[in-house]
Design a binder for this molecule. Structure first.
Ligand code: ATP
Length: 356
């Protein structure tokens, strides 16, 4: 019998991260205790506060220390507000790349009474995390964007067979555990080589998952269909930037960014819980932030680690968190204003813990 024990880094990030990450730790700790799971939380500085205290938004040694843990919770990063000084970098793409967390698994689900535009959404978008158009992660040196002359900029998009195959396999395995439907989203009508390669690799990988029904949708059609018939989608796999945009759109259908969790995973037994939303500086420090997305990301982390490492107590703790979250969402007095509630970060967190 395995020691029911996890060691997890806690990196609050910026702005509302200082509110929603502690909420996530409180909820996960309570659920873990209920099921006899020991979690050792390891707080580590990151972001603006780390710049002030350690001279860098990603202090030296952070990645090496995190590598000795089972995984970590990363709060939202407000890098756009960082001063333009050396050491003030956006840490999360570096983390995704360093730990080879190539798949960003982002579920979207409707809940009653919280202001969802559709009541029939239950899908997961698997976004490729480390390639694509994102210029800070598609090259090993320099940037994937450059300006040969004053009035011309060139942005490079990277698609590889390996990168496409591995994210497709994550999505196919997930589809197998759900309603067995995978939609590959792309624009191979225009990006004949790039999206063409992505689709080819997805279809090749799908041959190993004959029980999963696979179809393809062009990204602009997908943007429309997400609004019109989201119930027809189960698991969606797509390239980095399309995934970035579609996951925000999907969040908009179900109450906004506070309802958009995510888990970054790779081939190993190591994962990073990271909500889809940014650091929302406009509402930081006011107790208004909806902790659902961050708490649910942490729930996904426990569930995934529990399954990968065969720790049933972690899976059970995640199950309790899901029950607590669902009950708290149904409590208008407890839930936050962005989802038609009269409560705040603290009341929602208390309601989740009270309903584990
Ligand atoms: P990024 O590009 O870093 O993802 P963004 O531009 O998408 O950031 P966010 O910081 O995610 O912007 O916030 C957009 C708006 O959504 C915020 O101004 C805030 O009002 C709202 N928002 C985001 N997250 C939450 C949350 N957890 N709870 C309540 N409102 C939120």
């Amino acid at each position: 019998m395995k020691d029911p024990h996890l060691v997890l880094g806690v990196l609050e990030g910026d702005d509302i991260g200082h509110e929603v990450v502690p909420a996530s730790v409180q909820v996960a700790s309570a659920a873990a205790e209920q099921h006899g799971l020991r979690i050792q939380w390891k707080p580590m500085p990151v972001g603006r506060r780390a710049l002030d205290t350690h001279g860098a938004t990603l202090p030296a040694g952070t990645l090496e220390t995190l590598a000795t843990y089972d995984g970590f919770v990363l709060g939202p990063i407000g890098h756009r507000e960082y001063p333009k000084v050396p050491g003030a970098i956006n840490p999360h793409p570096i983390m995704r790349k360093h730990f080879n967390l190539f798949a960003n698994v982002r579920p979207t689900r409707s809940y009653p009474d919280i202001g969802c535009l559709r009541d029939d959404v239950d899908l997961v978008i698997v976004r490729e995390n480390n390639e694509g158009f994102q210029p800070d992660r598609n090259v090993v040196a320099g940037s994937g964007e450059f300006r040969p002359s004053e009035d011309m900029t060139i942005s490079v998009r990277v698609i590889t067979r390996k990168g496409s195959d591995r994210v497709a396999r994550v999505a196919l395995a997930l589809a197998r555990s759900r309603r067995k439907k995978l939609t590959v989203v792309h624009k191979n009508t225009v990006f004949k080589l790039g999206c063409g390669m992505f689709v080819e690799e997805c279809l090749k990988a799908a041959k190993d998952f004959p029980d999963v029904e696979v179809n393809e949708v062009i990204v602009d059609t997908m943007a429309m269909r997400l609004v019109r018939d989201p119930h027809n989608f189960d698991v969606v796999v797509t390239t980095n930037m399309f995934g970035d945009i579609l996951t925000d759109e999907a969040a908009g259908l179900v109450g906004g960014l506070g309802m958009a969790p995510g888990l970054c995973i790779g081939d190993g037994d190591f994962a990073m819980a990271q909500a889809t939303h940014g650091s929302a500086p406009d509402i930081a420090g006011q107790g208004k932030a909806n902790p659902y997305a961050m708490v649910d990301s942490t729930r996904m982390l426990l569930d995934w680690l529990g399954r990968r490492k065969n720790i049933p107590q972690a899976v059970a703790a995640a199950g309790s968190m899901e029950r607590g979250l669902t009950a708290a969402l149904a409590d208008a007095k407890a839930r936050t204003g962005d989802i038609r509630g009269q409560g705040n970060t603290e009341s929602f967190t208390r309601a989740v813990i009270g309903n584990l």
